[in-house]
Structure formats: structure tokens, C-alpha cells
Design a protein around this ligand. Structure first.
Ligand SMILES: Cc1ncc(COP(=O)(O)O)c(C=O)c1O
Length: 406
């Protein structure tokens, strides 16, 4: 007899759904498909030889430690390296301000676990990162959305929204996933000033900050906050929780990321993580440390930037050549994604099967809007395919959209 499990699940699982992207990745592997769907780094830039050398060093010199359980906080030399790199970007932190996690996705989940009560209101951009919504839906929160444009979150709207009992603000200032836009310096300052004045914390998610292809580096919001406070406190104890990851600068298969936060928050996250996975893979942390401490790392990031810049430019040019009148798209200065807006009335979810028939995949934009909207939008990834494939894929996409508009 078939046993039904539906009535046995906890209340919190009712909000859980499979991510549209994860479902889509299944279609992406069909033969001949060109996928702009996932957020995959280019496998061509994975430093496989360097990984082999690092694994060898770790196993030869530190094998017994590297294969053992480790501290929940993370491998101390790696925490220190991250703290010292943060120092170079202008934020004064020590290793005590750093927690190593099993991917930024875990960082987001742990933050949800320690902060969100059922019914809490979280302020997010619309569109925003789907993975954060997926992590936090399980904790029963509601979303208050703020619009964004080419300069990121429209902080002019913050004043009214922030006073409506917001638990925290989730911000993606650099080359936002999904839209590819960057929060301007002026808006970064406005964001931190308003958040501080209202006592609302910010979670700043920054997986792509080092992948800038043009323009000047902008200080993360956590750095701006630290500048305001650093006269009084030797290490960071402010209002921002910052997350980043090795996924896009080394390899997502490592599942390795970090949180920078005031020490109190790190302690609470450690307690939450203990119940989750005890510690982040010790071996992976040792290997990542060997790579990240080497001067080679800078060159490697330069290589990634060069490869992705070319792919971004190819996609922008192909869109120019193939998209019908009335279509618009963002011009990201970094990251992995751009955002296409079709004429009003188009529905990219309904068009998706047509795209699959043409053997090209994207992510319909609707799922990035927690409170609805964005039906005529789609996210395109430009890092995973080589330039020739990008050209063919955008031709297919353009043709499909033109056919449908007829
Ligand atoms: C904005 C954002 N946050 C978090 C993540 C998750 O990263 P990780 O691979 O470190 O779990 C991603 C991955 O694409 C992302 O785009």
C-alpha cells in the first residue's frame, strides 16, 4: 500500500518548493541544449592542476588534521586570511568576526535560522536572489519588496518601507543576482545611514564583488558602516552582516564560503551551524587555504575576469543583433548575469517550452519576485557558455521571441 506522507510534515515545510532553477537545470542537460539558465562558472577556468598540487600538499603535510573533524568556526588560518583580506578592502576585523560555511547558501540558511520568527517582515529587492527566498521561506517570513533600477535598490523608497517593522534588509550591491545591476555609491551610503538610524540590520550578500569587468571598485556597505564606527571600536561591531564565497573565484564544488559579522552574531551562527553540519569540510578548507594564500590567486581572478568580460560583451552584442524592437536588457559591470525585459504582455514562463523546443534555456523572471510581477522578464547567465555558443543561443532566443510576437 502507498503511504501518504503529506500530513506528517511540519508546518514550516508547507512553504518549501523546488527552486525553479534547480528544476530547470534538468532540462539544461538535454542533448543540444544551450543553457543560459544556471549560475555556473565556466568549467574552463577551474584550476584543476592547482587543485591537484594543493590536495597533494595538504595530504602529505597535514593529512591527519585535514581528514579529521574541525572547529565549527572554521579552519583558523583560513579565517585569519579572510580577516586580513577584509582589512585590505577597508574593514577592520579579526578572525573572531569570520565564520566559514558550507557555501553562501548555508550562510543564508543559518541567518534565517537565528533571526527569523514566523511572520517576520524581510525587506528584499524585487527581483532578488531566489536561493535566499528558498532558504527563508522555511522560517515562515513575509517579504516587503523594494523596486530596483540600473543603479540597484531604489533607496528613495526605503524611508517609508523601513519604518514598517522590518526585521532585516537583504541587499546585493554588486552585479546583483538576477539583474546584474550595481548599487551606486550614493545609494550605498543612503542605505547604511537609513538602516543605522532605524536600527534595522543589513545582510549584504556579495558573491561577485571580485568579478568586476569595468569601472571603479565600490566599497561594500559593511565597509561604509565600519568607516562610520572605526574611531570608537577596534574591530567591526556594526549593523551589517556580510557574506561571500569561494564558489565563483575557485570552484562551487568546494561548497565553501564565509560570513563576516560582529562577534556576537558569529557566536550565535556557530551554535546554529553545530546543529546543522558540525563543521565545514575540513579537507576542503585546507585545500582552499593553500590556494587562496598564494599570490597566484590574484592572477587567477584576473583570468576569470578576462574570460567573463569577453562572454558578457559577446552576449550584449548578440542581444543587440537579435532581439526584437521593444526589448530591453541590463548592461552589467561584473558578475554572471543579465536581465532581459520583453514588451509588456509577454509571459516568459509561458514562452519557456517554446524556448526549449528551440534548444535554448533561460530562467523566467517571475520566480525572483516574491510578491509577484516580472512576468515579461528573464535572467540570462553569460559565464557558462563559450562565445560561439552564446551567439548561437541568443540567435535561437531572438528568433523564438520574434516568432511569438508575430
Ligand atoms: C547572490 C547569491 N548568494 C548566494 C549564492 C550561493 O553561493 P554558494 O555557492 O556559496 O552557496 C549565490 C550563488 O549563485 C548567489 O548568486
Amino acid at each position: 500500500m502507498h503511504t501518504s506522507w503529506e500530513h506528517r510534515y511540519a508546518h514550516r515545510t508547507q512553504g518549501m518548493k523546488s527552486s525553479a532553477i534547480r528544476e530547470l537545470l534538468k532540462v539544461s542537460s538535454l542533448p543540444g541544449m544551450i543553457s543560459f539558465g544556471g549560475g555556473f562558472p565556466a568549467p574552463e577556468v577551474f584550476p584543476i592542476e592547482k587543485f591537484k598540487e594543493a590536495c597533494d600538499t595538504v595530504l602529505t603535510e597535514m593529512g591527519k588534521q585535514a581528514l579529521q573533524y574541525g572547529a565549527t568556526e572554521g579552519y583558523q588560518p583560513l579565517r585569519e586570511l579572510i580577516a586580513s583580506n577584509a582589512g585590505k578592502y577597508g574593514i577592520q576585523v579579526s578572525a573572531d568576526n569570520v565564520l566559514i560555511t558550507t557555501g553562501s547558501q548555508q550562510s543564508l540558511d543559518l541567518l534565517g535560522k537565528i533571526f527569523i520568527n514566523r511572520g517576520d517582515r524581510i525587506l528584499v529587492e524585487s527581483p532578488t536572489y531566489l536561493g535566499a527566498l528558498q532558504a527563508w521561506n522555511a522560517y515562515g517570513c513575509n517579504y516587503v519588496t523594494i523596486d530596483s533600477d540600473d543603479d540597484g535598490m531604489q533607496t528613495e523608497q526605503l524611508h517609508d518601507l523601513i519604518s514598517t517593522n522590518i526585521k532585516f534588509i537583504y541587499a546585493l550591491p554588486n552585479f546583483q543576482n538576477p539583474s546584474g545591476t550595481t548599487l551606486s555609491l550614493e545609494r550605498r551610503k543612503q542605505l547604511i545611514e537609513l538602516a543605522n538610524s532605524q536600527g534595522v540590520p543589513i545582510i549584504e550578500d556579495d558573491p561577485y564583488g571580485q568579478l568586476r569587468y569595468e569601472g571603479e571598485h565600490l566599497p561594500p556597505v559593511v565597509v561604509l558602516d565600519d568607516e562610520i564606527r572605526s574611531k570608537e571600536f577596534p574591530v567591526y561591531s556594526g549593523n551589517v552582516i556580510y557574506t561571500s564565497t569561494f564558489s565563483k573565484i575557485l570552484a562551487p564544488g568546494l561548497r565553501l564560503a564565509w560570513v563576516v559579522a560582529p562577534v556576537d552574531v558569529i557566536k550565535k551562527l556557530v551554535q546554529a551551524k553545530q546543529g546543522s553540519d558540525l563543521n565545514t569540510s575540513t579537507f576542503n578548507q585546507f585545500v582552499a587555504y593553500e590556494l587562496a594564500k598564494s599570490p597566484w590567486m590574484r592572477e587567477h581572478i584576473q583570468t576569470i575576469r578576462k574570460v567573463y568580460r569577453e562572454r558578457r560583451d559577446t552576449m550584449l552584442e548578440a542581444l543587440e543583433n537579435n532581439m526584437p524592437e521593444g526589448t530591453d536588457w541590463t548592461k552589467p559591470k561584473g558578475g554572471l548575469f543579465l536581465w532581459v525585459k520583453l514588451p509588456e504582455g509577454c509571459d516568459t514562463t509561458k514562452l519557456f517550452p517554446k524556448a526549449i523546443e528551440e534548444k535554448v534555456a533561460y530562467v523566467p523572471g517571475e520566480s525572483f519576485h516574491p510578491n509577484g510581477g516580472g512576468k515579461n522578464t528573464m535572467r540570462l547567465n553569460f559565464s557558462a557558455c563559450n562565445p560561439e555558443t552564446i551567439k548561437i543561443g541568443i540567435q535561437r532566443l531572438g528568433k523564438m521571441i520574434k516568432d511569438q510576437l508575430k
